[in-house]
Every structure is written in structure tokens, then in C-alpha cells.
Design a binder for this molecule. Structure first.
Ligand SMILES: [Zn+2]
Ligand SMILES: [Zn+2]
Length: 320
């Protein structure tokens, strides 16, 4: 496999230290940050655990289900199309408005500030399943206990790693973009909006506090937790199991049952075989809603130079 431009970031050049500190987080994780992270992960997760008994006891109304689905797929595509395919891998070019909109929609997923997410993910591609990969499930070895430990690490544990990815080294393009630095720095604001918007809408639609409360539970907490775990499953499950019809230098696999919820990202073997491709589900019947939405952006004239995979490119990467 050839090295893609997005996998080999240029060496850092002189950017003022103030600019560096302007992006959220340094290269070491502080205690306050670890506590905040634990809360961001733990509180929605508790809601996810409570979801089944709550649905059983009180039911899940159409209004809350609709709010949850809209917020889920808005923020999921914000991450998959925005953070991942556009900002990390440059699989298409976007006009200014779409660029900002994608950065905001991705930020609403509560998966961390844009610049950090992109830096971590570029490092993942650079070292995938080798030493230096921030979240490989094979980190501790190949025995069953080592893989169990590794799956936990790849899923959630790595987020608490004190060693942080140097953002200037891996995402110099975003560090140097004032608008993107600003959006990254305001991560707390996007998190607040992401949590407060569903109860506001639920409360207004039902004109009741009760409606606001159930929308907070389903549309904010359960939705955030579900997307967290689906996203992290790409790092854990899709690097441990799945079919490998394409050549890649890691253990990435295609996992069909995560395709809908992951907005097409679980065709992860193809993604590692061809990281800049705008479509991950390239084989017949492989659902990839992110690629569909990118196509709509292209048709609307908001996206251009989309790297669609052609038959020859796909065939060259097949293992069989
Ligand atoms: Zn991967
Ligand atoms: Zn990627």
C-alpha cells in the first residue's frame, strides 16, 4: 500500500507557541481533564444502561425517538463525513460554509475537540496495529487474555492515556486555521448545546417539563453514549474481527452488522486499504450512508474533487 498524503503529516514548522496552546489540551493529560473525560463517558453510559428498564417501565414515545434519531444521525455524520473523511483524510473538498458546518456537526458528537480527534486518527493510520498506534486492540499481545485487555484499551482505555498525540505534528493544517482552532477551543460550548438542545425541543413540542426531561434522557444522554460506543467499536471490534477482502498492513476488518449505526464506517478494512476514498462500503450491498450524503453535497455544489473509488482502484486492492 502506498503512503497517502493524509497519513504522513509534514514535519512541524514554526507556529507561535500561543497558537499551539490555543488548541485544546497540551501533550500531557492533566487530572482535571481526566475527571472531565470520565464524566463525559460515564454519565451517558449510565443512561445507556438505564435505557432498557426505562423503556420497559415508561415507554419510549415517538417524539423522543424522533429527536434521538435526528441528533444521532446528524452527529454521527458530523464525525464520519466531517471529522473523519473530510478533515482527517481529505477525501473531498468543501466550500467554506460546508467546512464550518461539518466541524460543528462533528463537535456535537461529544467525541473531543476537532483538532485532537484528527491528530489521534492520523496517528492511528500511520502506525495502525503497530507500536505508536494510540488504540490498537493488539497492543498487549495475541493471547486471549491479552486481546481482552487490548479490546478494552482500544475501546475506551486509550482515551485516558497520559501521553497525548502532538497536535502540531499530526494536524498542522488545522492548527494553522484560525476558524478550526476556534471551533476546537469552544468544545465545551458545542457539548453544552448538544446536551441542551434535545430537552429544549422536547419541552417546546410537548409544552411540558416532563417532555423536556425524557428528551434529555433519550435525545441527549442515551444518544451520546450510543454514538460513543459505536464509534469506539470501529477502533476495537473492527480491528479484531471482520472480513478482510482488501490488502492492508493491519488487522482492520469489515463488520457488516455495524454498518447502519456507524454510518458506513464499519467497512473498515477497505478504509485502511484506501484511506482517502470517500466511500468505504464499495462492494455490492454494503450500506454507506456517509458516502450517500457526500454525493448529495457534491450534487448541491458544496463539495467537489470527491475521491470516489473506481473499479480499477478497488480491484487493485483485493486480496482474492
Ligand atoms: Zn482503523
Ligand atoms: Zn481513517
Amino acid at each position: 500500500m502506498t503512503m497517502q498524503a493524509s497519513e504522513a503529516p509534514p514535519e512541524p514548522t514554526e507556529v507561535a507557541a500561543t497558537q499551539l496552546s490555543a488548541t485544546r489540551g497540551g501533550e500531557r493529560q492533566g487530572l482535571a481533564e481526566r475527571i472531565a473525560l470520565a464524566l463525559f463517558i460515564g454519565v451517558p453510559f449510565l443512561a445507556l444502561l438505564a435505557a432498557a428498564p426505562v423503556a420497559w417501565g415508561w415507554g419510549l414515545g415517538v417524539r423522543d425517538l424522533a429527536i434521538m434519531a435526528v441528533m444521532y444521525f446528524l452527529t454521527c455524520h458530523g464525525v464520519t463525513i466531517g471529522y473523519h473523511r473530510y478533515f482527517t483524510h481529505g477525501s473531498f473538498k468543501a466550500n467554506h460554509t460546508l467546512r464550518i458546518a461539518l466541524a460543528l456537526a462533528g463537535s456535537l458528537a461529544v467525541e473531543g475537540p476537532l483538532v485532537r480527534w484528527v491528530a489521534d486518527h492520523r496517528r492511528h493510520h500511520r502506525f495502525s496495529d503497530k507500536e505508536g498506534d494510540p488504540h490498537s486492540p493488539w497492543r498487549f499481545g495475541e493471547t486471549v487474555p491479552a486481546l481482552m485487555k487490548g479490546l478494552w484499551w482500544a475501546h475506551t482505555g486509550w482515551l485516558f492515556d497520559q501521553e497525548q498525540t502532538p497536535q502540531l505534528k499530526y494536524a498542522p493544517d488545522l492548527v494553522r486555521d484560525p476558524a478550526m482552532r476556534r471551533i476546537s477551543r469552544l468544545f465545551w460550548l458545542w457539548t453544552a448545546i448538544s446536551v441542551l438542545l434535545p430537552p429544549l425541543v422536547g419541552g417546546l413540542l410537548s409544552m411540558s417539563w416532563q417532555g423536556a426531561l425524557t428528551a434529555l434522557f433519550w435525545g441527549s444522554l442515551v444518544r451520546i453514549a450510543l454514538l460513543h460506543h459505536v464509534t469506539w467499536s470501529i477502533n476495537s471490534i473492527c480491528h479484531a474481527i471482520g472480513e478482510r477482502p482488501f490488502k492492508s498492513r493491519d488487522r482492520s476488518g469489515n463488520v457488516w452488522w455495524l454498518a447502519v449505526l456507524s454510518c458506513g464506517e464499519s467497512w473498515h478494512n477497505l478504509h485502511h486499504a484506501d484511506p482517502t476514498s470517500a466511500r468505504h462500503g464499495v462492494l455490492r450491498g454494503q450500506i454507506d450512508s456517509s458516502a450517500r450524503v457526500i454525493r448529495w453535497f457534491e450534487q448541491a455544489g458544496w463539495a467537489h474533487d470527491v475521491r470516489w473509488p473506481d473499479a480499477e482502484r478497488i480491484a487493485a486492492r483485493r486480496t482474492t
